[in-house]
Structures are given as C-alpha cells and as structure tokens.
Ligand binder design. Structure first.
Ligand SMILES: [Zn+2]
Ligand SMILES: [Zn+2]
Length: 301
C-alpha cells in the first residue's frame, strides 16, 4: 500500500467503461419507452437509476480528460474543479428524480394502474443480462483494485435489482399483484437515494474546500511535525482542486532552515506519494518574531 490515496485512470478498463456507457444508454432508452408503454413505474425508476450510473461513469471519464488540459493564465488551476461542480449537479438532479418517483409511487398506491407484467419481465430480464455482462468485464480486476471491485459490486447489485423487477413482473402477470410495481419502484428509489446522498455529501464537502474524505488531516499534521528540523507548524490548509487532486499549504517553523532545496523536494514528493497531495506549497519560517505569519497578519507588516 504505497499509494493509498492515488487514483490513476486505468487504461486497461477503458473498454469496460465504454461498453458500460454504450450498453446502458441503449438500455435506458428501451427501459424508459417500455416503462411508459407498460405503465410500469419500476421500469421508469430503474431507467433513472441507470442514467445516474452513466452520469457517474461519464464524470469519472470527464475528470480524466479535464486533468489533461493545461492551466491558462487566468485559470491557474486549469479546469479540473469543474468535476466537483458536475458531481454536485448530478447529485442534485438524482435527488430531484428520486423525489418525483416517490411522489408518483405514492399516487399509484392510492390510484392503482394495471402494469403489463409480461413486458416488465422481458425488459427487466434484458437488464439482468446487461448488468451481469458488464460485471463480467470487471471480474478479472476485482481482487486487485478497489475501484474495479466497486464497479464489479455495483453491477452485480444492479443485476440483482433487475432480477427483483423480473420477479415482480411475473407476480403482476400471473397473480395481478399490481401494487408490486410501485413497491419495487420505491425500493429502487431508496437505493438511488442511499448512493446519491453519499456522493452529494462528499461533493458538497469538496465544493466548500473541505478535506477530501479519504484523507486524514491529523495524520498529515503529525507527519509534517515529525520532519527533521521542524519545530512547529501552523496555517495548514488541505483542499481539493478536483475530485481526484488535492492541494496543501503550510507554514513550517524551522529555526535552522535547510541549506538547499533538497528538504522541500523530498517533502513535496512524499506528500504526493503518501497522501496523494499533488500540489503542496510550503512556507519556511525561522520564528525570530513569534507567530508573525497568520492568514490575517502578513509577515511584512
Ligand atoms: Zn446502478
Ligand atoms: Zn506563518
């Protein structure tokens, strides 16, 4: 575990992501159209869920692309912060969708409609196959890479959700249990809410310059304080530049400052390797005047 906070794009899985996006987009269209034709809220809800998945995949891809764009004179951090904005927007859209779906499901309990059970079975059955197929793409990497394992588990769970909809379609078709449709829809909406809530909370935290969740600021502070020659430190700030890139500034009190840049080079390199902080700015102070520099009071004053 040399790079616990690192997230590099995995070129080997580009094919899996491309296949995932393409298959899902086609299936979402089929699901939405037949959801309306068969009066099945469960199918429409699952289409919303799959759309959320595709947005997640596209966000991950977009982040990789934006990270390659060079900063400009006026946008000195480049464009990668757009990924945070995109995460917030996608989270808010999904929450809105969940609210509308829950409202509609409650209405359908009060005023039941008759969904076409056999259509639900066929369409949800396709969903089982697509999700199982996509999960299969990730099988080889699931034991070695946390991100791939996450994708694998998600696709497996989605296949299980679709299987649940197939069974509810069968019950509706054979036994006329029409209430199963809004019920499955509510269950899927709950799953969307649960996953979106975490995403939205994390991305809002990033939007207000909070420390990324997988990074422990106490560990960073302790590690910095342990560096040779460092007596004290203050004004430690850690904030995200994008959903995957983190920046840091800190003032280090070093009564005997290093004679060359070796110390700073090593420090920034290790901040990157150990904590995934790729953009560190370090200010060294001798401490002749006590606590000269705070953000409110400049050294020069
Ligand atoms: Zn999903
Ligand atoms: Zn200072």
């Amino acid at each position: 575990m040399n790079h616990p906070y690192h997230q590099h794009p995995k070129p080997d899985y580009n094919r899996a992501f491309a296949a995932g996006v393409a298959l899902n987009l086609i299936f979402i269209t089929v699901e939405a159209v037949y959801g309306v034709l068969a009066s099945s809220l469960a199918l429409i809800t699952d289409a919303g869920h799959n759309l959320g998945d595709v947005m997640g995949l596209l966000l991950a891809w977009g982040a990789t692309y934006l990270a390659t764009k060079r900063p400009t004179l006026r946008r000195t951090y480049g464009y990668s912060r757009l990924t945070i904005l995109a995460s917030v927007t996608s989270g808010l859209l999904l929450l809105l969708a969940v609210t509308i779906i829950a409202w509609e499901a409650v209405n359908r309990f009060l005023e039941p409609v008759t969904p076409a059970g056999h259509t639900i079975m066929v369409v949800a059955g396709i969903g089982v196959i697509i999700n199982a197929f996509t999960a299969w793409f990730f099988v080889s990497g699931k034991d070695h890479d946390l991100n791939i394992r996450g994708a694998y588990l998600h696709m497996t769970a989605d296949a299980a959700v679709s299987l649940g909809v197939v069974i509810s379609g069968l019950m509706i078709w054979q036994f006329g249990l029409n209430w199963l449709d809004p019920l499955s829809s509510l269950l899927i909406a709950a799953v969307i809410f649960w996953s979106t809530w975490g995403l939205l909370r994390d991305s809002l935290n990033l939007a207000i310059d909070g420390v990324p969740r997988d990074l422990d600021p106490t560990l960073v502070r302790e590690w910095l304080a342990q560096q040779p020659g460092v007596e004290d430190l203050h004004d430690l700030h850690i904030w995200p530049m994008s959903t995957t890139k983190t920046a840091l500034t800190v003032h280090l009190l070093m009564p005997v400052p290093p004679v060359d840049d070796e110390f700073l080079h090593k420090l920034t390199q290790q901040l990157h390797e150990q904590f995934g902080i790729s953009h560190a700015t370090i200010q060294l102070e001798r401490g002749q005047v006590d606590r000269v520099c705070t953000q409110s009071k400049n050294c020069a004053d």
